[in-house]
Design a protein around this ligand. Structure first.
Ligand code: X2X
Length: 336
C-alpha cells in the first residue's frame, strides 16, 4: 500500500468512527430523577435499581441519573411534583405526601388509620382506586409508572411513651409539608409544625421539636434515636407509597420501546423495593430496640381511641380527596 492509499484509508476509518460516535451520542440520553432520600434508604435504592435496569435494557441509550436529598428543588420536597410537571426535573421516585399539595387525591393515603395493613395498601394501589390516582396524576402532565413504598409511619418523641391521644398534648411534632398532617396532629392535641426533611434533623437535634413521624427504615437509617428520640409508638396510622413517574413531554419524546423499558423497569424496581422494605421491618425494629429505644405497641382499645380522635380529619378531607375515590379504596380494603 502506498502512503497515499494508507492515508486515504485512515481518513475513511476516522470519518466512519466520527459518524458512528455522533449517532451514538445523538441517541444516548440522560434523564434526571429526583428523590428525597439517598440510597442509604430503601427509597433511594428503588431509584438506583430503576436506573440500573433501564441502563442495562437500553444498552446505555438511556441513563437515569439520580439526584437525592431533594437537591433539584433546593431541599423543598413539596415542590418536587411542580418541578417535574414543568420539566425542571425529568422524572422522580416521589412520596404521595410530598406530591399531595399539587395532587389532592394523594391525600387518600394520609387519612389517619384508613389503611390498617400491607394487604390494604396493596388492594388500593393495585385496584381501581390505584388507577384513579394514576389518572389524577396523568391529568397533571406527569406520567405515573409504578408504585414503591416508604412504609407505615410511626411516631417518635423525646418526652415520654405515647399510648393515648392525651399523651400528645402540647407536644411539638415535626410534620411533612402537607396540611392534612397539621389537621391530624391538631386533632390529637399536639402542636404540629410543617418542615422539610432537610430542616427536620437539626430541629430534632436542637430540641426545637419534641417529636416526628416516619417509617422504621427512615428512623433506623437516619439514626433518629441519636437525636434524642427515645420513645417510639407503633401505630401504623398511615402508609406512604412511592410513585415512579416521568414528565409528560419527556415521555412523549421517547420511542415506544424505550417507554416500555422505562415502565417495566419501574414496576420491577418498585416490587423489589416494596418486598425488601417489608422484609426488613422486623430486623429494623429489633435494631432500634437494641439501641435502647422504648417501643410502645397499642392495645385494640388504645388504637380505637386514636381512630376516634382523628375521625374529624376524615370528615374534612374526604370531600377534597373525592368521595368516589375514597369509596373505591374503602371497598378494596374491605374485600382484601
Ligand atoms: O420528610 C419526610 O418525613 C419523608 C422523608 O418521609 C418524606 O419525604 C415523606
Amino acid at each position: 500500500m502506498t502512503t497515499t492509499r494508507h492515508l486515504a484509508k485512515l481518513a475513511a476509518t476516522l470519518a466512519g468512527a466520527a459518524v458512528l460516535s455522533a449517532s451514538l451520542s445523538a441517541q444516548a440520553r440522560e434523564l434526571s430523577v429526583s428523590t428525597v432520600l439517598s440510597d442509604a434508604f430503601p427509597w433511594g435504592q428503588a431509584a438506583e435499581k430503576w436506573a440500573e435496569l433501564v441502563e442495562e435494557r437500553t444498552e446505555g441509550r438511556l441513563t437515569l441519573r439520580v439526584y437525592p436529598n431533594s437537591q433539584l428543588v433546593a431541599g423543598d420536597q413539596t415542590r418536587e411534583f411542580s418541578a417535574m410537571r414543568s420539566g425542571l426535573i425529568d422524572a422522580a421516585v416521589g412520596s404521595t405526601i410530598n406530591w399531595s399539595p399539587q395532587v389532592p387525591e394523594l391525600n387518600l393515603f394520609s387519612l389517619p388509620f384508613f389503611l390498617p395493613d400491607e394487604a390494604a395498601v396493596d388492594a388500593v394501589t393495585g385496584g381501581e382506586a390505584g388507577e384513579m390516582i394514576f389518572e389524577a396524576i396523568e391529568s397533571r402532565d406527569v406520567i405515573p409508572l409504578a408504585w414503591g413504598e416508604n412504609g407505615f409511619r410511626q411516631l417518635s418523641n423525646s418526652r415520654g411513651p405515647i399510648s393515648e391521644p392525651g399523651d400528645l398534648d402540647g407536644l411539638k411534632i415535626r410534620v411533612v409539608g402537607s396540611p392534612l398532617f397539621q389537621d391530624t396532629f391538631n386533632a390529637l392535641g399536639a402542636d404540629p409544625t410543617q418542615m422539610s426533611w432537610t430542616d427536620a434533623q437539626p430541629a430534632l437535634t436542637t430540641g426545637a421539636v419534641d417529636g416526628q413521624e416516619n417509617p422504621l427504615s427512615v428512623f433506623d437509617v437516619a439514626r433518629i434515636d441519636q437525636v434524642g428520640q427515645q420513645h417510639l409508638t407503633l401505630w401504623n396510622y398511615m402508609n406512604d407509597p412511592l410513585i415512579f413517574a416521568v414528565n409528560r413531554q419527556v415521555w412523549d419524546s421517547l420511542d415506544e420501546g424505550d417507554r416500555e423499558i422505562l415502565r417495566e423497569a419501574a414496576v420491577e424496581a418498585g416490587q423489589w423495593e416494596i418486598a425488601m422494605t417489608r422484609e426488613e421491618e422486623g430486623e429494623r425494629l429489633a435494631a432500634i430496640q437494641e439501641r435502647g429505644v422504648n417501643v410502645t405497641e397499642l392495645t385494640d382499645e388504645q388504637y380505637r381511641a386514636f381512630v376516634e380522635a382523628t375521625a374529624e380529619v376524615h370528615d374534612k378531607w374526604v370531600p377534597r380527596i373525592g368521595e368516589a375515590l375514597v369509596e373505591a379504596a374503602r371497598e378494596a380494603v374491605e374485600a382484601r
